[in-house]
Design a binder for this molecule. Structure first.
Ligand code: LLP
Length: 440
């Protein structure tokens, strides 16, 4: 990331001038390479990589992944719509999530996506009754077109050894069902004329850097899937979720080859298509959040470098204490001088929260204001988790594409404008009290 940022420093300055800061910039070539590495790792098996949109659902990124053959793992009907809009075929789209509304389930069934990952017995019965009403409303429905294809998310009760906010594979977490409940659900679905169990799923957490909990989970869930075969329920898809971590600081990411081989070792003799749902590992290290230094502030104890990006633009540091290495970008690409460095600084944003801190005690030269800093590895859960808190406007997104003619930038989403941000409320205001507005 640092090499990319420094090599493209003049272009990044130009982009910051054109589109303003804060600004997300993605290395599209890196996204492509990351996706192809996943495909390569599982190439010996029938497999489908379903990119997890929650990491970054920009349509241009989705389109690029669609062209490479990606499927989509979605957690809301909005994500399903985005995936389809970007050209990901419906038979590669799966819909997961612990709280699906009836209207979302109905739309997903109408769209005839690959399957829904079910999170509880209650949800299974809800899906069944929605599928039934859909079938009743159709004339001459064929069984294939009316049965809802489902997979069950099983919670293996295994500690993924990651941040507690993004750990999902323990029974204390809200996700999935235990093995006994899963068995009962499969038996129920198998007997139902409205449900077709086609897959089994687990996902134990995100930013995982230890392989053994994943392998242990896969082993446990494969055992369950084998026991289902013995009951006459044969599945087609073995969905191993996402969760592979990247290097933000000093972590050692799991090698994709070891991951794939480890998972495959638990599936010997089985013919299921493997589905995996990576998000962060595809886009995380492609993204840079560019921000401009507003100025410095000294207190008796501290030096603060204040930048124009805030926790609303990139909330991972405030929410998880995450580290996104700041890279000081000089216009000519040269390293900035660090002789006689001043006291380390906290890099902070303008949001009215004490948690609006990107990093603490970081070695930076004196800042005049106007310098450009890039927060690295911000491609995943950066823009997708951004908000408009403090009436701030969501930043623009730019992709850098590389071909035989070199690198060129394309705008993927322009920055939100103030007018756009108030349009909806102005309309409400106008229809609720037209006179008030006229008087202004
Ligand atoms: N599949 C399921 C069922 C998931 O819950 C998730 C992530 C993924 C796939 C993709 O996981 P990944 O490969 O990206 O680790 N906002 C947090 C991460 C939340 C992850 C939620 N689930 C962060 O910024 O670290």
């Amino acid at each position: 990331m640092e090499t990319f940022a420094k090599a493209h420093s003049p272009m990044l300055h130009e982009l910051a001038r054109t589109h303003g800061t804060p600004l997300y910039v993605y290395d599209m070539e890196r996204i492509k390479r990351n996706f192809l590495s996943f495909k390569q790792a599982f190439s010996g098996r029938k497999s489908l990589i379903c990119y997890a949109l929650k990491a970054n659902a920009n349509l241009s990124i989705l389109k690029l992944l669609a062209q490479l053959g990606s499927g989509a793992d979605c957690v809301s009907i909005g994500e399903v719509r985005r995936a389809l809009l970007a050209g990901i075929p419906r038979y590669k789209v799966i819909f997961s999530g612990v709280g699906k509304r009836d209207d979302e389930i109905e739309e997903a069934l109408r769209e005839n996506i690959l399957f829904l990952n079910v999170e509880s017995f209650e949800e299974l019965k809800r899906i069944e009754s929605i599928a039934k009403s859909l079938a009743d409303s159709r004339t001459n429905p064929s069984p294939e077109s009316t049965r809802a294809r489902i997979s069950i998310r099983v919670n293996p009760n295994i500690d993924a050894k990651t941040h507690p906010y993004i750990s999902t594979g323990l029974h204390e977490n809200k996700f999935g069902v235990d093995i006994d409940t899963a068995k009962q659900m499969y038996l129920y679905a198998h007997k139902s004329s409205m449900l077709e169990p086609v897959g089994i799923h687990f996902h134990i957490g995100s930013q995982l850097t230890e392989l053994s909990p994943l392998i242990e989970s896969s082993h446990k869930i494969a055992q369950l899937a084998r026991s289902l075969v013995a009951l006459g329920i044969s599945l087609r898809f073995f969905d191993i979720g996402g969760g592979l971590g990247i290097r933000y600081d000093s972590e050692t990411p799991i090698a994709l080859y070891d991951y794939a081989q480890g998972i495959l070792s638990t599936l010997s003799g089985c013919d299921w298509t493997i589905i995996c749902e990576p998000g962060r590992r595809i886009v995380g290290d492609s993204g840079l959040l560019l921000t401009q230094v507003i100025g410095q502030k000294h207190t008796s104890q501290k030096r603060f470098v204040i930048v124009d990006a805030g926790m609303n633009d990139l909330m991972r540091p405030a929410l998880y204490g995450a580290f996104h290495q700041p890279i000081l970008l000089c216009e000519n690409g040269a390293e900035s001088s660090t002789t006689n460095p001043p006291m380390p600084a906290d890099i902070v944003g303008p949001v009215c929260e004490s948690s609006d801190v990107f990093c603490r005690d970081f070695a930076l030269p004196e800042m005049q204001g106007g310098e450009l800093i890039g927060f690295s590895n911000a491609g995943a859960y950066g823009h997708s988790m951004s908000s408009t808190y403090n009436a701030r406007l969501r930043p623009a997104e730019v992709g850098i594409y590389t071909d035989e003619n070199g690198a060129h930038a394309k705008l993927l989403r322009r920055a939100e404008s103030f007018a756009e941000s108030v349009q909806n409320e102005l309309e409400a205001l106008e229809s609720n009290c037209p006179k008030t507005l006229e008087s202004h």
